[in-house]
Design a binder for this molecule. Structure first.
Ligand SMILES: Cc1cc2nc3c(=O)[nH]c(=O)nc-3n(C[C@H](O)[C@H](O)[C@H](O)COP(=O)(O)OP(=O)(O)OC[C@H]3O[C@@H](n4cnc5c(N)ncnc54)[C@H](O)[C@@H]3O)c2cc1C
Length: 221
């Protein structure tokens, strides 16, 4: 067994792959284990490609595992993942990570595929009492907005930096947070997405008086 097989011992058959927006796909495959909403897996296709990390985007009670990924220009793995079809195989690790959903009120903040753990948390029954602030450049970047719009008890705000539409804040999510007069100080903040967004939002929250220990981050690098 080489290092990749040891790190990703589960060989899972692909169930489906759906393009949810240009260059962004939702891939489902057999589920060999239980997991907690918010956990990640390592995933690869062959023993000679180093595994990459993906947040599980499916719910804990769903029969299959799902990941939401975007194809990186010149990215080695994502350009192969997008060609997968039903019946192909992926190799995955056991789930791990401490960015875990819970039932207490919290603020979820995401850009891009960083919304993946919040999809899992919503599908797992943790949306009630949460605030989700989702940022995107264009209107097709609000992945799984249909799911979030239907969640009872979820306060859902979309911020679009490069297009305008009714009911959507026109601007970056950091601008939205700056303009929000009062931010809850006792709730946990879950930040997920690219390093620039996560660092900027974390600094902003600390400036606004949110205690450092109430800020959890998952950075997609
Ligand atoms: C905790 C965690 C969770 C994550 N969860 C997710 C998730 O749920 N969904 C998701 O989409 N991603 C997620 N990621 C990111 C993911 O792990 C990969 O980094 C990503 O999918 C890119 O994989 P890749 O093999 O296609 O790109 P890589 O081959 O690893 O390339 C990485 C970057 O380098 C650039 N690059 C590569 N080769 C060249 C070249 N020759 N010239 C110029 N640029 C180049 C690529 O454009 C890309 O931006 C997560 C990361 C972490 C750390």
């Amino acid at each position: 067994m080489n290092n990749n097989s040891a790190a990703c011992p589960f060989r899972c058959q692909v169930i489906d792959i759906i393009e949810v927006a240009a260059g962004v796909s939702y891939l489902t495959f057999e589920r060999p284990f239980d997991f907690e909403a918010g956990q990640v897996i390592s995933l690869t296709l062959t023993d000679n490609i180093a595994p990459r990390l993906y947040s599980i985007a499916s719910g804990v009670n769903e029969p299959h595992l799902g990941i939401l990924f975007d194809v990186k220009p010149q990215g080695i793995l994502t350009n192969l993942l997008v060609k997968l079809r039903k019946g192909d195989y992926v190799q995955v690790s056991k789930p791990y990570g401490s960015f875990l959903g819970g039932s207490e009120p919290a603020v979820w903040i995401a850009t891009g595929t960083g919304v993946a753990p919040f999809i899992s948390m919503s599908k797992s029954g943790f949306a009630k009492g949460k605030t989700l602030i989702q940022g995107a450049r264009s209107l097709d970047g609000f992945y799984f907005s249909n799911l979030f719009e239907q969640e009872d008890g979820l306060s859902y705000t979309r911020c679009c930096s490069q297009a305008a539409a009714a009911g959507i804040y026109a601007g970056r999510l950091t601008a939205y947070l700056r303009e929000t007069p009062s931010l809850p100080l006792k709730e946990k903040y879950y930040l997920c997405g690219n390093p620039l967004m996560v660092n900027e939002v974390r600094d902003l929250l600390i400036e606004r008086g949110v205690p450092y220990e109430n800020i959890l981050s998952e950075i997609f690098f």
